[in-house]
Design a protein around this ligand. Sequence first.
Ligand code: HEC
Length: 478
Amino acid sequence: MNPIKAFILFAAFCPIFAGNAQNRIGSGKVDELYQASCASCHGKQLEGGSGQSLIDDIWKHGPTDADIAKSISDGFPELGMAPWKDVFSEDQIRSLVIYIREQNQLADKDALGKRLEPNGGVFKTEKHSFEMQKVVDAKGILWSLDFMPNGNLITTQRDGKLWIVKNGKLTGPINGTPKVWTHGQGGLLEVALHPDYEENRWIYLSYAENVGGFEANKPAGMTAVVRGRIKGEEWVDQEEIFHAPAEFHTNSGVHFGSRFAFEEGYLFFSIGDRGRQDMAQDITRPNGKIHRIHDDGRIPTDNPFADQPGAYASIWSYGHRNPQGLDVDPSTGELWETEHGPRGGDETNRIRPRLNFGWPVITYGMNYNGSPMTDSTSQEGMEQPKHYWVPSIASCGIDFYEGNRFYNWKSNLFVSGMASQELHRLTIEDGEVVDDEIVLKNQGRVRDVANGPDGYLYVSLTSGTPAKGSIYRLVPAK
Ligand code: HEC
């Protein structure tokens, strides 16, 4: 039997894949559910038939997720749609709502791409028009970028190289940086200069490490943090800042996090759930958490779980899936995060200590293969996101804009989207996200975004046309 067939057979009989619904149609994947049960009236592409279009964004029976779920559950027997609540479980109905939302956005995607296409090289958005200037070309995935005081850029290449960009050229790689575990999404990840770099010259790196640990007999790893200095082209004076003992490492290749934010002598950093989603709720483990430590690695004694026996003392907040964006709002000092969620569940959160952000108990998303996860989007004692994306954008790096070149973007939060090839501009007022504008579309997977000391906004674009592993900057159009 070929391995794919074997897997399908295994999946069909395995209780994890079979889910908990009593009457399951097809494999339980949402597109099959839709085609088998809804397409005959609402159209194969949701374009409408004897039932109305589900992609025109006109909702006769209410536009909210709850309204749509109710329409599906209760149906409209008198108008010809039977109720589905006895056929589908609540998590299946939730997955249909996500699917309908996704298809709505996809139907609008071409129009959006057209609207955001550059005209004569000029990108027109609500508040500013800009041009894109290429800063440097690179072959690999440039995971993170930051700036040196002299205006040079420093950037990590995920497969383990640290580069300095001088006058449009990559120089390096810097010798002697830590050996990284290049496994799936793991490798050399975040780079950031200490806020007092001019005095202390510290540069911080995060990376996936394997220290000889195993899980289920397979090599296992976890996110680690070091700091060091660059002398000439050498990485020197390295100090360990955070490292989890091997017993906590997992063999998964996904969800390492990881970003840094410095605030008042503290270093905040994120670690994803490392492919073990239930561990995000377990405060004795480091994965699926935002951590707070002193900038030299000591654990603050006033951390929320520092006194709790058995707890991982560096934890600041928990219940996170894969937080790949972290920044402090310069106008309020509040910590913001974006996390790469399941399909239809990317989130923007405002982080405060001790809070549980709910993953995987509550989420707005479903599994990437289209099978339902849960219909629970909220629960007492768990935080709601300040903003979420259905469909997912595959959110990654974020940055609050602090420059002076785009005066109407001041203090806006820029969020990169990889799968969607988008850059989002979020407006935050009184701790709430009040607006979400897409300013860049179809220019490549946006992996990181950063303020330049010149006031321009820099983006790392990977594996998309026209950019393939390049850093660009957004410059106001003349
Ligand atoms: C036998 C035909 C038929 C089938 C099958 C069917 N529907 Fe409907 N659907 C309708 C009709 C008819 C209406 C109500 C039209 C009206 O209000 O005029 C409707 C209404 C809806 C609405 C409300 C739309 C709005 O504008 O508020 C949603 C959502 C919906 N259907 C989803 C589904 C989903 C999901 C499925 C599959 C699980 C499904 N329907 C299966 C015929 C059907």
